[in-house]
Design a protein around this ligand. Structure first.
Ligand SMILES: C[S@@+](CC[C@H](N)C(=O)[O-])C[C@H]1O[C@@H](n2cnc3c(N)ncnc32)[C@H](O)[C@@H]1O
Length: 442
């Protein structure tokens, strides 16, 4: 029966994480396929992985060595020139490189590199994509539970299946075709973890949406910072913003001669900001501990806007952040904060419509207030027009103006002024959040 086995090779077991839709067409894999391409498959896979990122930032990728005519030409060359990369090796030899380079005893360890890359970057990326929600899973091409198992298995044991790379490639390629990240289908109240920033807020999982929904078109924060700079440090040349998010405010601050540095805890927000604003210096960091190379004791202005300071809930954490701000300013440097100073209005939930370029739906908001720990909790439920839902639970610390004054003093800051509206800086403040300006003392 050996012949029968040779003639009928065993069907390879299907990839365990295929979804119902892919499984349904497994029997048709040899039907209606695209013609064999001139370019080798790994070249096309390389394009699929890299080119979407280039195109997103406006670069048109060109690969002169991967043009079909050139590939066809080289295929006609004598086999002896082509096998074992003979021509390349001869070229390197002629250039004077030693045998160690031109004819290494061990072949190039591509498999090891692939394993290393998949283990170090691929598996964490898959974990993140699974957490955020995958297009391939939404469309039934991948079974997310089985894929999670495969990732767990690969993390714990030996080899990482190289097919995980193909899955990643297709998912990232698909994502690049959409104008925004997919919304994870979160069952209300099921998986939100308010202590994990990313899971607590849909907009942090879709930074493009954050930009569309949260960016203030009137630029109030930018005006507040610019007016304060003009009044207190008119010759400022360095601004550092901690908790910069997608850096939309930083980008809009007056640019001439001012170097702008943005820092945020969430890598996805910084990655998005880097794509959008390549002229800014953007870094991943925690405002409680960050000490930025080249900026210690030298910044003219430190800002912490958009309620970012409120994500620190204890007095110790707030003290740590103020110490970070002080560590980056020179004496006389300006600190600008925008943070909640009053408990929120805790009435009935309010529903409103959201319509931006990519986000269409309603959002229902209610607040809870805990006077013991001074945490205001925002419950926000999204109901998108396409039926998808998501729930945010965002916890923010409220600091009264008196407390803030004490925190500032303890960190060697002199309080300068507090206002809610940059157009009315002299008026008494009665608003949920306010701008506070302070100067670092010598
Ligand atoms: C509401 S967003 C404000 C972003 C931006 N300043 C704006 O106004 O659009 C709060 C930001 O603070 C960041 N954040 C929270 N805790 C942080 C920390 N400890 N260090 C740095 N950034 C932090 C979050 O990642 C998030 O991007």
């Amino acid at each position: 029966m050996a012949t029968a086995r040779i003639n009928q090779p065993e069907t390879p077991p299907p990839v365990p994480w295929l979804g119902y839709r892919t499984r349904a067409v497994l029997g048709d894999t040899d039907t209606g396929g695209a013609p064999v391409s001139v370019l080798p498959l790994p070249t096309l896979t390389g394009f699929a992985i890299h080119n979407p990122s280039y195109l997103t930032v406006g670069l048109w990728p060109v690969a002169p060595l991967a043009t079909p005519d050139l590939v066809r030409f080289t295929e006609q060359l004598p086999t002896s020139w082509r096998s074992g990369k003979a021509l390349f090796r001869a070229l390197l030899q002629r250039a004077g490189l030693p045998a160690l380079v031109t004819h290494p005893k061990r072949p190039e360890p591509f498999r090891d590199l692939m394993q290393h890359g998949l283990r170090r970057y691929g598996l964490p990326l898959l974990r993140r994509l699974l957490r955020e929600g995958m297009l391939l899973a939404d469309n039934g091409h991948v079974d997310p539970a089985a894929l999670t198992e495969a990732v767990k298995e690969a993390e714990q044991h030996g080899q990482v299946p190289s097919l995980l790379c193909d899955t990643l490639t297709v998912e990232l390629g698909l994502r690049s075709l959409t104008t925004s990240s997919p919304v994870p289908a979160v069952t209300p109240g099921a998986t939100v973890n308010p202590t994990d920033l990313t899971s607590s807020n849909l907009l942090y999982r879709c930074p493009e949406w954050y930009d569309e929904v949260q960016t203030d078109p009137s630029g109030t924060a930018v005006r507040a910072v610019e007016d304060l700079i003009a009044d207190y440090v008119p010759d400022a040349t360095t601004v550092v913003e901690f908790g910069c998010g997608t850096a939309a405010d930083l980008q809009r601050m007056a640019t001439s001669g001012v170097s702008r540095v943005g820092v945020d805890l969430q890598p996805a927000m910084i990655a998005h900001a880097r794509l959008r604003h390549p002229d800014l210096d953007l870094r991943i960091g925690d405002m409680r501990t960050a000490r930025l190379t080249g900026l210690l004791g030298s910044a003219d202005v430190v800002a912490c806007l958009g309620n970012s300071l409120a994500y620190l809930h204890t007095d110790d954490e707030i003290g740590d952040a103020l110490a970070t701000f002080a560590a980056h300013l020179h004496p006389g440097g300006l600190l600008v904060l925008f943070t909640p100073i009053q408990p929120p209005a805790t009435g009935a939930a309010r529903t409103s419509r959201v319509d931006t370029a990519s986000v269409h739906g309603t959002v229902t908001i209610r607040y809870e207030w805990n006077p013991q720990n001074q945490i205001s909790t925002l419950h926000r439920h999204w109901l998108l027009d396409d039926g998808r839902t998501s729930t945010d639970v965002i916890r923010r610390r409220v600091i009264s103006p008196g407390e803030l004054h004490n925190h500032l003093n303890a960190a060697r800051f002199q309080h300068l002024e507090t206002f809610a509206d940059p157009a009315r800086r002299n008026e008494p403040v009665d608003a949920p959040s306010a701008y506070t300006a302070a100067r670092l003392m010598a």
